[in-house]
Design a protein around this ligand. Structure first.
Ligand code: ME8
Length: 498
């Protein structure tokens, strides 16, 4: 079976998860679930980035040992995955021994190739992004991401000769358009690479909460030189299996860490003699009323509480349908409720309910045997056969929003078909047979997006096994046979309001 690796960024557990973390995990989960149904052996990893100065300081503030602190905080991120039905295969923590081994191994390999030298780092550092800055990078003397004044650092450090990879990176980026997606992000990085590229400080001595540098235990590895390597440790690099997964690697990340994932990670991999990931796909930010979420502004939404209160599926549905993947978007409870009520409840829920209750009440829960098709029947059948390939193509190109929109279009066509056929007035055999198969097809195509509801539709249809185990292409088939007895339908969605 062809292997496929997909990863989210690993989150800083310096606070509880926010909606941006939820968004990234949901979008990545949609792709992972789809790829499994498309026949790939998927490894989907997510996790927490637990070392570095920021974490050490947070732990100190709480009077906790850093390990105890990250053990506790990492649990909140795992919980987020559980409540949102994120189907990860590995939750990787950078304090895992398997990760520490790989992180040290890569450092040592690069060192032994002569790519790392000792020097002194003098300059600016933003602890919140765990990133080195030059004066030129700053906005009014402040970190461009956090708006805080960076610290001035001067310490002995090991340096990785990143500077010499500038042209090689540019060459790779230009040749492999799929390496950085969407295109606008690729252009941004290409532009930045027109300036000279500096070597990268890859170790610190002023604190000790990190992976010890294998060749000099006075130093700990720079947190990005540790964190990025999680993508290799999660697959058990350098096993043969890991190399197979790596060929198809896709990193899903937010727009603030594109440089780290394409230039820093790309050059580390080049130095280590490891191929670059196939794609780094960059999503936008979830904002609140057009503004960045902020603790001080009181706009940080707790996604665990939301999912528990309103359900994982409405949240998943909302975030994927509302925000074009690759652009910024806005979250508000009102728009979550509107999408839930208008689209999930009134379109999809209504369709499922109409077809299934009709089969239960008018035909003793048995799917009818179709007769001769009329034009409306033929059109509906054609759509059921056509949509799975359309949606697959959109998912393959990371167009999650349009993919979901198309599935919902099919549901809408289904409602119109039912309305047009008026089965309560006349012969309903074709309508119920096609309707049951339409629901089957929708359940399969919805399964990556709203897994709980898709499984319910599958159960109400009384089909064997789990919808998540179905092959994607089988959504184009008519798998519900005449005389098949359906289960007992229940309402799929609740109306949401304040
Ligand atoms: O950057 N909307 O961790 P992190 C959408 N540990 N996505 C957002 C967001 C928002 N408002 N805010 C953050 C780190 N993100 C590093 C990653 S990977 C080797 C190390 C995204 O907890 C952000 O872009 O700050 C990133 O992809 C992820 O959430 C984790 O952010």
């Amino acid at each position: 079976m062809k292997k496929f690796l997909i990863t989210t960024a690993i989150d800083y557990p310096s606070g509880k998860p926010h909606l941006g973390h939820a968004y990234e995990k949901i979008c990545t989960d949609v792709i992972a679930r789809y790829k499994r149904m498309a026949g790939f052996d998927v490894h989907f990893s997510t996790g927490t980035d637990e070392h570095g100065m920021k974490i050490q300081r947070c732990a100190e503030k709480k009077h906790k040992d850093p390990q105890q602190y990250v053990d506790e905080m990492s649990g909140h991120f795992r919980e987020l995955c559980e409540v949102l039905n994120i189907s990860y295969d590995d939750f990787i923590r950078t304090t895992d021994p398997k990760h520490i081994r790989t992180a040290q191994q890569i450092f040592r390999d690069i060192y032994e190739k002569g790519e790392i030298y000792k020097g002194t780092y003098e300059g600016l550092y933003c602890v919140d992004c765990e990133t080195y800055y030059t004066e030129k990078d700053l906005k009014d003397g402040k970190c461009p991401v956090h708006g805080t004044v960076p610290e001035t650092v001067s310490e002995e450090s090991y340096f990785f000769q990143m500077g010499k990879y500038r042209e090689k990176l540019l060459g790779h980026i230009r040749k492999h358009k799929e390496y950085i997606q969407p295109d606008a992000k690729r252009h941004e990085i290409e532009n930045r690479l027109n300036d000279p590229l500096k070597d990268l400080s890859v170790s610190r001595t002023s604190f000790d909460w990190g992976v010890p540098v294998p060749i000099d235990e006075k130093h700990v590895q720079y947190v990005w030189m540790d964190a990025l390597i999680n993508y290799l440790s999660t697959i058990g690099w350098p096993s043969d299996e890991a190399k197979e997964y790596w060929k198809s690697a896709v990193h899903i990340i937010g727009k603030d860490i594109v440089w780290h994932h394409t230039v820093i990670w790309g050059s580390i991999l080049m130095a280590a003699g490891i191929p670059l990931p196939k794609t780094v796909y960059v999503h936008g930010f979830v904002n609140i009323k057009g503004e960045k979420m902020s603790k001080s502004g009181g706009t940080v939404v707790n996604p665990v509480e939301l999912a528990v209160k309103y359900g994982a599926d409405p949240m998943r549905y909302f975030l994927v349908s509302e925000i074009p993947f690759g652009s910024d978007g806005d979250f508000s409870l009102e728009s979550l409720f509107t999408r839930n009520n208008d689209e999930l409840l009134n379109n999809l829920g209504n369709l499922v309910n109409r077809i299934l209750t009709f089969i239960s009440s008018k035909n003793a829960s048995k799917v009818t045997k179709p007769g001769k098709y009329d034009e409306a029947d033929r059109a509906m059948e054609k759509s059921i056969k056509r949509y799975p390939a359309v949606v697959a193509k959109l998912l393959d190109s990371f167009n999650l929003q349009a993919a979901l929109d198309n599935v919902m279009k099919l549901a809408k066509e289904g409602n119109e078909y039912f309305q047009q056929k008026e089965p309560w007035k006349r012969d309903y055999d074709n309508c119920l047979y096609i309707g049951a198969n339409l629901l089957r097809s929708l359940a399969i195509m919805l399964s990556p997006f709203i897994p709980e509801s898709a499984e319910k539709i599958w159960k109400y249809l009384n089909l064997p096994g789990s919808v998540h185990k179905q092959k994607w292409d089988s959504a184009a088939e008519f798998g519900v046979r005449p005389h098949h007895v359906i289960g007992t339908p229940e309402p799929l969605f609740k109306r949401l309001s304040v």
